[in-house]
Design a protein around this ligand. Structure first.
Ligand code: PBG
Length: 315
């Protein structure tokens, strides 16, 4: 048996390193395999341009994928929500570990909740979905377009420049910063990005890395497949103002998705479920398509720019 360590590639942000560290530890603990971590800087990390102007879905993923394709590493740990829904030639998702809390968190000065923020408070987010959700509940807020990693964003609240920011609680948890959260938004009023809180381990198609079975969580994979299927069927990028949340309970897959008008003044929702009695991945895919079809019939394309193609946020 070869004793060459597996090489895992990750972006260099604190969040990316933290989540890769968790995956490496879980793989090592379950199988004893030795793993080297390779840090790869992407255009999305280097550029100071706004995410929207960088264009292309997957600006964070592409450098990593080129390295994987070129054999410079054996797998990549991605935040699943940053991964474009389109398949990438020669690569496949080798494992989806159990998802962290998919909810968004409000991180505000003095621990205020959303409805306690002062009139006209300045709240930072670079995500059109979060902007619409904030404005839907608090049309008086001033939304400030920000980017940067989690620490940079939290610092803008601490320094008094912003009253609050909205971040994924999963990212805060992985960085040990959940203490910064003042409110966690319930998914039924505040669905989050497809795949939020989940990781994807991407590998080359045809490679066999049996160790990955030890971290695969099939209920998470099925749920995120359903969420991403909505996005794909709407032909929407991960920056489109869409929330989707799916969960598997026993044999039941439940999916709900909401499309927002960017100013928060209108929204469309759809909720469906399906029994998992055979090919779970096919059922998830079809359920997502059914939800997307219903949303389009109800006028989703009229209220939302569905082709928002940038990454939802950087971190
Ligand atoms: N696009 C940025 C990004 N990608 C993944 C996370 C958080 C962790 C996750 O959702 O898995 C974040 C930060 C954020 O949205 O606050």
């Amino acid at each position: 048996m070869s004793s060459r360590p597996l090489r895992v590639a990750t972006r260099g942000s604190a969040l990316a390193r933290a989540q890769t560290g968790h995956v490496v530890a879980a793989l090592h603990e379950a199988t004893g395999v030795e793993i080297d971590v390779v840090i790869i800087t992407s255009e999305g990390d280097r550029s100071k341009e706004s995410l929207a102007s960088l264009g292309g879905t997957g600006v964070f993923a592409s450098a990593l994928r080129e390295a994987l394709t070129a054999g410079e590493c054996d797998m990549i740990v991605h935040s699943l929500k940053d991964l474009p829904t389109a398949p990438y030639r020669g690569l496949t998702i080798g494992a989806v570990p159990e998802r962290e809390d998919p909810r968004d968190a409000l991180c505000s000065r003095d621990g205020l909740m959303l409805d306690e923020l002062p009139e006209g408070a300045r709240v930072g987010t670079g995500s059109p979905r979060r902007m619409a959700q904030l404005l839907a509940l608090r049309p008086d807020l001033e939304i400030v377009d920000i980017r940067g990693n989690v620490d940079t964003r939290l610092a803008r609240v601490r320094d008094g420049d912003l009253d609050a920011v909205v971040l994924a609680s999963a990212g805060l948890a992985r960085l040990g910063r959940l203490d910064a959260a003042s409110e966690l938004f319930a998914l039924d009023i505040w669905p989050t990005a497809p795949g939020q809180g989940a990781l994807a381990i991407e590998i080359r198609e045809g490679d066999s890395i049996p160790e990955l079975l030890s971290i695969e969580h099939s209920a998470t994979r099925t749920a995120v497949l359903a969420e991403r299927s909505v996005l794909a069927a709407l032909e929407a990028g991960c920056a489109a103002p869409i929330g989707a949340t799916a969960a598997v309970t026993g044999d039941l897959l439940e999916l709900s998705a909401t499309v927002y008008q960017p100013d928060g003044a209108a929204e469309l929702g759809c909720e469906r479920s399906a029994e998992l009695l055979g090919d779970d991945h096919l059922v998830a895919d079809l359920l997502g398509q059914a939800v997307a079809t219903q949303l389009l019939e109800d006028g989703a394309a009229e209220i939302a720019p569905l082709s928002g193609r940038g990454p939802e946020e950087s971190a």
